[in-house]
Design a protein around this ligand. Structure first.
Ligand SMILES: Nc1ncnc2c1ncn2[C@@H]1O[C@H](COP(=O)(O)OP(=O)(O)OP(=O)(O)O)[C@@H](O)[C@H]1O
Ligand SMILES: [Mg+2]
Length: 337
């Protein structure tokens, strides 16, 4: 995350269009706001447009505004978001959802730095810093003809890719500390440090909802005041993901989708076998006819926390087997003995 922070600082000082990508909950909105706050435009407007929430028929007038009489019901001239963002920042969230006609008009704005309101003839000069975000794979959308490549290259001058939390687990402890402090302050509470076994569980978890999920979990802990709430939430999520079905993503090549489907199936099979054998990994390996080492590797690779064990630990801390091998902000975590 310190690497991302550096990228954000650089992008903020460069002032060129930025495209932020990442799974849901990885912090795209947080990054967009930080970019603005670190830029020379921080005193000016930060205007956010949530593209999918606007009907296609309205988005053009929402973005570019309209002149009185432009269409039925347009009885007075209205500024669009581009106008509101003058000299400031325009943040287009989920830009992958813009339809072709709006993509064309936006491209024109980025090429000429001029635009006109709907129904207007007057050309208006634009001075905005454009930041876009999407959870979609725009390159795949481009290949499939859903996103204009000329627009893609204009909005993607600087790109910031936010990794999924499962790909930077070493930041989990730091984020936990941050959210704990925040919610303790917000709710006026002070909590016992989290046990090492729960931190280990959190670091091993696969975080489908990324930072947002971690934040919600901490909030729940602060409100309910016991670790069991965290363990149970992870348990439920794990159980739900075991039963989940693979959802094909038309944006990705067949090879990648097949790989993902197979990995997901394998994960489910392993988790089921582990549960059958009460997380006895030797017996599980035997039943699956793979080596013990191969099973350990697959458990780690699939981000399967040792839920049963952690469950037992959270119930009776004296049984813990974690001996201070934890990293990060140690002061907030109890190293169980
Ligand atoms: N680096 C971070 N530091 C602190 N909080 C963060 C960080 N990243 C994300 N969050 C928190 O996680 C939550 C989700 O972040 P955000 O809304 O920016 O994600 P997103 O990528 O825009 O998600 P979506 O694709 O669903 O819109 C927010 O509550 C945000 O405050
Ligand atoms: Mg968002």
């Amino acid at each position: 995350m310190s690497d991302i922070r550096r990228q954000v600082e650089l992008a903020a000082s460069a002032g060129m269009p930025v495209l932020i990508t990442g799974e849901s909950g990885t912090g795209k909105n947080v990054v967009a706001q930080s970019l603005h706050m670190l830029s020379g435009r921080r005193e000016r407007a930060f205007v956010q447009v949530n593209c999918p929430s606007l009907p296609h028929s309205l988005i053009e007038s929402e973005l570019f505004g309209y002149e009185a009489g432009a269409f039925t019901g347009a009885n007075r001239t209205r500024n669009g978001k581009v106008d509101q963002a003058q000299n400031g920042t325009l943040f287009l969230d989920e830009i992958g959802d813009l339809d072709a006609s709006v993509q064309a008009k936006l491209l024109q704005v980025l090429q000429d730095f001029r635009f006109s309101r709907l129904g207007g003839t007057e050309e208006r000069a634009v001075d905005i810093w454009l930041i876009c975000a999407t959870h979609r794979n725009l390159q795949a959308d481009m290949k499939a003809g859903r996103f204009r490549s000329d627009l893609f290259y204009r909005i993607n001058v600087v790109s910031i890719e936010l990794p999924a939390l499962r790909d930077h687990r070493s930041d989990v402890a730091m984020l936990l500390t941050h959210f704990l402090r925040h919610y303790e302050q917000k709710f006026g509470r002070s909590l016992a440090p989290l046990s090492g076994s729960v931190l280990k569980l959190l670091e091993a978890y696969h975080w489908p909802g990324n930072v947002r999920e971690l934040e919600n979990l901490v909030k729940r802990y602060v409100v309910l005041g016991n670790e069991q709430a965290i363990v149970e939430a992870l348990h439920d999520s794990e159980a739900a993901s075991t039963d989940s079905v693979f959802v094909p993503d038309g944006n990705l090549p067949l090879r990648i989708q097949t790989q993902r489907a197979v990995r997901m199936m394998e994960r489910q099979i392993i988790l089921r076998a582990l549960n059958e054998h009460r997380w006895n990994r030797r017996k599980t390996a035997q039943s699956l006819d793979i080596s013990y080492r191969a099973l350990l590797y697959k458990i780690k690779d699939a981000g399967l926390p040792r839920l049963r064990q952690a469950h037992a630990h959270a119930c009776s801390p004296e049984e813990n087997d974690v001996h201070g091998e934890l990293n990060g902000s140690g002061s907030r975590f109890r190293h169980d003995s």
